[in-house]
Structures are given as C-alpha cells and as structure tokens.
Ligand binder design. Structure first.
Ligand code: ATP
Ligand code: MG
Length: 302
C-alpha cells in the first residue's frame, strides 16, 4: 500500500476549476484556460505522502524552479507566465503559485542520470543496462557515469512506481523525431544543471523533466525543474561510491521513518506516522540549505 495518508482537499477559488491533486501540487485552470500550479508543503517518502507537512517547502521549491527556469531558457523555454496568484486566491498561495501555459503534455518522464542510483542502479545490477543503455562493468552504487544518459519512464499514478522504458520504446510510441528531441533537450538541460550545482558543492545525481507542446508546436519545459522533489541532490563532500549516498533533503526523515523511534514498519500496509517536530525542523533546514547553496541568496521565506 502507498499513496496519501491524508487526502488533500482542494481549495475553492472563484474563477478557478480544480483539475488535479498530485503528490505535492494542486492544479487548477483559469477561466482563460491557463494552468495554476500550487506547490503545497506536502512531502513524500517511500511512496507515501506523509501526514506531516514541511513548512515553506512549496515556496522553496517554487522559488528554486523559477531560478532554474531563468538559467535554462536558452535551451528550452519554460511554461511559466507569472508567479502572482490569481485574484481571490488564499493569502497562503503567495510564493507557491505559478500561473503557466497549459500545455499538451508529452506523457514521458524525461530522466537524465549522471550517477548510478535508485531504479538505474537496480537495473544495472540486474543486467548491466539502464533503459536499454549499456554501461561499463564495475560500476557501484553512486558511481559517476562517464556520459550522462537519457533514461525515460512512463508516468504512474500516485502510489505507483514510474516504469523505465527504452529510448526505442519512446520512439515507437511517440515517433523517432520527438524521442530525439526529448533526449537532446533532456541531456542539454541536465549538463547545464549538473555543472551549475557542482560549482556549489552539490552533485545532481539524476533528475526528471516534463515537457509539453504549446499551440505552435514548440517543445516547452513544464512542471518543476531541478528541485529536490524531481532530482537527487547529494552533498559533494559526502560522496563515496559503493554505498547509498546521503540525500540532501530527505535523509533526515527517511532515517527517522526507518528507525525504531518511528515504530513504523516500511514493509507493512500501514501508513507512516506523523513526524516529530525536530525531524520537521531539520528537514526544513535542509530544503533551506539547498536553496541557499544553489542560488547564493537567502531563502524567500518568513
Ligand atoms: P509526482 O510529480 O510527485 O509524481 P504528480 O506528477 O501526479 O506527482 P504533481 O507534480 O504534484 O503531481 O503535479 C503536477 C502535474 O501537473 C503533473 O501531472 C504534470 O504533468 C502537470 N503539468 C505540469 N506543467 C504543466 C503544464 N504546463 N500544462 C499541463 N500540465 C502540466
Ligand atoms: Mg510531478
């Protein structure tokens, strides 16, 4: 079992139509057909959206996405129109709302990997490839890949795992031209992000992009970008291939959830328990630190 421990209730805002409640974001449509994405403070671990929120997380990730969109615009235009919440929105939406062009989304999770971890590691250990890309022998948990690789996945519902697929599969379903376009954009964006993050002592092990088409057919970068929710961030000074790397943002809560203190059995069907205040505080500090290290600016939170 997995999914939401507490089902989020959409907010009623005059003029907005609720479209979707994701693990983290709530989506609405404006009367003119634009998309309103509101990043909540929800946090997930082990396929569960936890019952406790991390205050300001949605604001930090929204600000971080905006910072990155600016630095990637020459590679792919972003879907953002404005960061001003629509009239009548709750005060709490300020800083966590992006009004975006509503795109025809490409139903492929465009993953780039520069290090071996997660499902990439599992596939490599099983047969030496990731999404059909053959890798050299002898790589370990956390190894850096000589060249970043494009490892697409199909999108799953809340609580389900995305499924890794080969480039050929994407080409067969969506056409070779689009598959090429996705791979080229994904790898170019990832290279830019990895380089920038590395200068700031953060390894961007892997990341996921989502793209959509606008009315003219242009491929546009959608969703969020290079946030800890869409990426694996590792502190560079703690990197040591051959064991799982500590994660910048979620290590504190993962460690607590799997410790005897939580009383939770990950293998059980039971939802995880609420987080204690010190775990919340320390997790929030990690999100603040990621933001401040990457951008070099104080986090935009009260
Ligand atoms: P998760 O990302 O945690 O797997 P999720 O994708 O279901 O969960 P969120 O990330 O919380 O949920 O919600 C964002 C949703 O908005 C995604 O379904 C994404 O594909 C969609 N989306 C993002 N940008 C656009 C856009 N410009 N036009 C249309 N849909 C978009
Ligand atoms: Mg998402």
């Amino acid at each position: 079992m997995s999914g939401f421990t507490v089902r989020p209730v959409p907010v009623e805002v005059p003029g907005l139509t609720h479209l979707h409640t994701g693990k983290v974001r709530d989506l609405y449509a404006t009367a003119s057909g634009d998309l309103v994405m509101v990043a909540s403070d929800r946090v997930s671990a082990y396929d569960w959206v936890l019952p406790t929120e991390i205050p300001d997380k949605g604001r930090l990730l929204t600000a971080l996405s905006l910072w990155w969109f600016d630095r990637l615009a020459d590679i792919a235009p972003a879907h953002v129109l404005s960061d001003t919440p629509p009239p009548g929105a709750p005060e709490d939406w300020r800083g966590r709302t992006l009004v975006c062009r509503r795109l025809d989304m490409v139903p492929v999770e465009c993953v780039a990997r520069g290090y071996l971890a997660g499902s990439g590691l599992a596939e490599y250990q099983a047969d030496g490839t990731v999404c059909g890309v053959a890798l050299p022998d002898g790589l370990q948990d956390g190894s850096r890949l000589e060249e970043p690789i494009f490892t697409p996945a199909t999108k799953a519902e809340v609580g389900e795992h995305d499924e890794n697929v080969s480039f050929e599969r994407v080409a067969a379903v969506h056409g070779a031209a689009l598959a090429e376009e996705l791979r080229t954009a994904t790898l170019a964006l990832y290279r830019r992000g990895r380089e920038l993050a590395e200068e700031r002592g953060i390894l961007l092990a892997d990341t996921k992009f989502e793209f959509g088409r606008d009315a003219d057919g242009t491929l546009v970068l959608a969703d969020e970008v290079f946030t800890p929710d869409s990426s694996r961030f590792w502190p560079a000074d703690g990197w040591e291939p051959g064991r799982p790397q500590p994660s910048f943002d979620k290590q504190v809560l993962r460690d607590w959830l799997t410790s005897p203190a939580s009383g939770w059995d990950r293998a059980s069907e039971e939802p995880p328990p609420p987080l204690p205040q010190d775990v919340v505080d320390r997790t929030r500090d990690r999100y603040l630190e990621v933001y401040e290290r990457l951008t070099g600016s104080p986090a935009p939170v009260g």
